[in-house]
Design a protein around this ligand. Structure first.
Ligand code: NAP
Ligand code: ZN
Length: 351
């Protein structure tokens, strides 16, 4: 066991505290990663505030990890010391079920092992990336190409892949009209990636306050959902809608914006149920779907795509003194939709 520095919350809604945690000894196929940066995902907050059920405390969140390899196990052949690497939302899966064999480890039929909140290979609860180091099997580590800075790359490991996967799956590209609902962490990545894929991109945000930023990220159009005329104006417009909102929305209104055979994909995961009247789907042969992160190979494909297109996240860096207080404040700002557009913790300064 190796003792490393981390920030944990001792109970739901309690302030973050500096602490130490144990990482397992390196197995033959394990990689010890020095974490340079960890993104703050809204899922960390849903989990840490018990919005998805009772979490395990003390809770060390973080599943947007970017760092460098510090040490490798005897059989590691994919990575070497000093390589730039990332870890996302999962650190293991059964590797044998049909979904794992298809490269869809996130849908492992035995349940994938989460980077936090699961039981790890050593039988202990897994702790996330708000820490100085992590030990991960090489098959669940991805390479971060040169061409994207590590701090701006960290959010790609969850926010980036969570929107890349459905955009690819539902064919976003030249000639397709894509709407992104909510321009927070996931949403701003969806705008950048959909634009780079060649789609015509519309942002549907609560207000027009971030319109200029949306244009910078590649949005062709920008509308406020607080304005009822938006729904009349855009009825039947989109082939694909990616809903990134962390709260429950009136789904029928958003489904009315789909064109014939269009699909609305929910990636936002509010604790409250979403309601869909059958008639919102029947008229126009519409689909309502969900999507969860992406597989390991697809995560690597996304990182390579982002490097090629010079795409990183827009970040606010948490560094220096009172890291715990800054994390508490960042969580509140994310919940208030006051994030521009991802908080990233300078975990490299912990040790
Ligand atoms: P985020 O940064 O907080 O972004 C969510 C955005 O939704 C906000 O910035 C805001 O954008 C909009 N919004 C928030 N509350 C709203 C409300 N009451 N009504 C309308 N719009 C509202 O969060 P995130 O990190 O991007 O995560 C978004 C959601 O995706 C979370 O539920 C998270 O758990 C989930 N998630 C799912 C996956 C997956 O695999 N499916 C992966 C990661 C995260 P505007 O101000 O522009 O309206
Ligand atoms: Zn996440």
């Amino acid at each position: 066991m190796r003792t490393v520095t981390a920030y944990a919350t001792p109970s739901a809604k309690a302030p973050f505290e500096k602490t130490t945690i144990q990482r397992r000894d390196l197995g033959p196929r394990d990689v010890l990663i020095k974490i340079h940066f960890a993104g703050i995902c809204h899922s960390d907050i849903h989990t840490g505030r018990n919005e998805w059920g009772e979490a395990n405390f003390p809770f060390v969140p973080g599943h947007e990890i970017a760092g460098t390899v510090e040490e490798v196990g005897s059989e590691v052949d994919r990575y070497a010391v000093d390589d730039r690497v990332g870890v996302g939302c999962m650190v293991d899966s059964c590797r044998e079920c049909k979904n794992c064999l298809a490269g869809q480890e996130q849908y492992c039929l035995q349940g994938m092992t989460g980077t936090y909140g699961s039981i790890g290979a050593d039988g202990r609860p897994t702790d996330g990336g708000y820490s100085s180091h992590i030990v991960v099997d090489q098959n669940f580590v991805v390479g971060i190409p040169e061409g994207v800075d590590l701090d701006k790359a960290a959010p790609l490991l969850c926010a980036g892949i969570t929107v890349f996967s459905p955009l690819k799956h539902w064919g976003a590209g030249p000639g397709s009209k894509v709407a992104v609902v909510g321009m927070g962490g996931l949403g701003h990545m969806a705008v950048k990636i959909a634009h780079a894929l060649g789609a015509e991109v519309t942002v549907l945000s609560q207000s027009l306050s971030k319109q200029e930023d949306g244009a910078k990220f590649g949005a062709d159009h920008y509308f406020a959902t607080s304005d009822e005329s938006t729904f009349e104006q855009l009825a039947g417009s989109f082939d694909l809608i990616i809903n990134t909102v962390s709260a429950s929305l009136p789904m029928a209104k958003f489904l009315s914006l789909l064109s014939l055979d269009g699909t609305l994909v929910s990636v936002g995961a509010p604790s409250e149920p979403l309601e869909v009247p059958a008639f919102a789907l029947i008229g126009g042969r519409k689909s309502w779907a969900g999507s969860m992160i992406g597989g390991i190979a697809e995560t690597q494909e996304m990182l390579d795509f982002c490097a090629e297109h010079h795409i990183g996240a827009e970040i606010e860096l948490i560094s220096g003194d009172d890291i715990g207080g800054q994390i508490d404040a960042a969580w509140d700002r994310v919940v208030d939709s006051d994030v521009r557009y991802r908080f990233v913790i300078d975990t490299g300064s912990f040790a």
